[in-house]
Write a protein that binds this ligand. Structure first.
Ligand code: IMP
Ligand code: MG
Length: 179
């Protein structure tokens, strides 16, 4: 008897994700970034960022890593339309090349907010990198510089991403069929 499992449809397998991250790391290493700091937007991107920095190590990069905790959703699956800083970065981003990492690009509000924040503080350059770009009309017109996967407008979970605080532990990206 294991724990009861929810019914989840796998969208991207662990192997697909790992292959894609290796390719992304190659692209990032080609950007010629100096004194790189990876800023991961929490909580959703923590697994993606953890794997991405190790993929960056494999292509010879040595980024500093910091975290920015933002909240735009609360417990709902629909964006509230506002973004709050729950915990700020610790590093001084002035003049630094930043790789801004987030899990999902949906309405665009979170990524745009984070990018504007770091830009206003004088970051030298900001490249945005997302695990999943949803194919939807965005409330804010922003594109990610680097995208691991595109997916249709469906709520995804796993690989760090939650629905009502659940499913972050799944090693793949999936869609909840029944909870
Ligand atoms: P945006 O601000 O509407 O672009 O939403 C982006 C943020 O909402 C991401 O940082 C995610 O944390 C969260 N989010 C958006 N869509 C999903 C989803 O399908 N699953 C889990 N989190 C999501
Ligand atoms: Mg997020």
């Amino acid at each position: 008897m294991g724990h009861p499992r929810s019914d989840i449809d796998v969208i991207f397998t662990a192997e697909q994700i790992s292959d894609r991250l290796a390719a992304l790391a190659g692209e990032i290493s080609g950007l010629g970034l100096k004194d790189l700091a990876v800023v991961a937007v929490l909580k959703g991107s923590f697994v993606f960022a953890a794997d991405l920095i190790r993929a960056l190590h494999r292509v010879g990069m040595e980024p500093e890593v910091d975290f920015l905790t933002l909240s735009s959703y609360g417990k709902s699956t629909v964006s509230r339309g506002t973004v709050d800083i729950l915990r700020d970065v610790a590093i001084d981003v002035t003049g630094r090349d930043i790789l801004l990492v987030d899990d999902v690009l949906d309405s665009g509000r979170t990524l745009a907010y984070a990018k504007d924040l770091l830009s206003a503080r004088g970051a030298g350059s900001i490249h945005t990198c997302v695990l999943i770009e949803k194919e939807v009309d965005r409330a804010i017109d922003i594109r990610a510089d680097l995208t691991a996967f595109k997916c249709p407008n469906t709520f995804v979970v796993g690989y760090g991403m939650d629905m009502n605080y659940r499913f972050r532990e799944l090693p793949f990206v999936g869609r909840v069929l029944s909870a």
